[in-house]
Write a protein that binds this ligand. Sequence first.
Ligand code: CMC
Length: 427
Amino acid sequence: MSKIATLDIDGHKFELPFIVGSENEGAVDISKLRDISGVITIDPGYKNSGSCKSEVTFLDGELGILRYRGYSIEDLADRAHFLEVSYLVIFGELPTAEQLNQFENDIRKHTLVNEEMKNIIDGFPKTAHPMGVLSALTSALTAFNPKSVNVENEKEMYEAVCKTMGKFLVIATWTYRKSMGYPLNYYDNTKGYVENFMRLMFELPTGPYQADPIVINALDKLFILHADHEQNCSTSTVRMVGSSHAGLFASISAGVSALWGPLHGGANQAVLEMLEEIHKDGGDTEKYLMKAKDKNDPFRLMGFGHRVYKNFDPRARIIKKAADEVLTTLGVEDPILEIAKKLEVAALDDEYFKTRSLYPNVDFYSGIIYRALGIPTDMFTVMFAIGRLPGWIAQWKEMRENKEPIGRPRQVYVGYPLREFVETDKR
Ligand code: CMC
């Protein structure tokens, strides 16, 4: 028998449908609440509000579970590769060998970026942050691909997916090439997607470049761990922008901007900068722990805490192990890693962090691996964006296929009541 929730407002009772997800998560459906009662709900930061029903990703913050389309993140990180996981996230099923091969080939068909895009990049100063440039370039892709995709046409949607996967990787690396003053590189269709990322970034016209397979494997795993994370800030932004029927590139450009913030994806850069600062300051982790706990100090321990994970972040566990492996294999000895470990142990044992369920999140260790792999610090959040791209596409596609209405929250107005207009000379 289906459950019903009853809301009592001053003795007036309103019955609301109660829905249950496939993992038994319950939700009170308030979509008709204002119609039947005249009131709305308020929930700043959406701490208790679901914005949609979704089949893409399941996560349980208390148990530290993360699954894409029903497959555990541990299995996917261990046994699949990034484009395979991208296909799964976007289209809902693991691809057959033939589908995967086709997908890889179809992405290759879209790896050339219009040469005129280079004029746009030239307009940016070299010092521009790569995330700002990436957001602008992604939006600019709309100018070169003006036809909006018909989501109901499977072939058109598939092509839009391949186009986005192909071009986004290239322009993401161009943001770095621009900052270095290097010539912009082209995708090499004889090589794989992640290997191409390394080439596009680091190959110079002056000599051959061979990406280290250890580095490629580690990056592939990191991209998988970032591929989707249900209704986080950037994904919700992509869905929100797309809900006005703005195109895929425009929506993803907005997602890049949302991801950039230091409370979201920008935390990976902030973590490394924080660890470097602690290192330069003599490695006194206790001092920084005290700062993070001091309510009069705006400092936060970057890479700690998560809106939904209240026990541990399963991605952080996998990354921590990978960081150890990569650093050992590459023979990198990094004092920053030692500081990170010291900070983690101290925070996990501290009452402030324990009572608030603040644990290391995905960004705490990812920067250390990126650094070991030679990725510059201000490209860390771009790495997150490359990994998150299939999730943004999948969520945009799902939102449009489900014909979700335009996102338009309400508010509780707390400003002035009606006021009499006063002429300038009387103010
Ligand atoms: N350092 C110190 N105190 C913290 C931290 C932190 N990193 N995070 C939360 N707190 C405290 C906060 O001050 C508050 O204390 P009190 O209850 O005394 O006022 C309490 O913990 C709850 O914090 P909140 O800000 O209400 O929690 P939230 O769910 O709104 O924010 C968060 C989650 C991730 C924005 C926050 O934990 C944070 O700012 N962390 C640092 C930035 C970071 O690492 N972000 C990456 C998130 S994972 C990547 C991604 O998917 O985006």
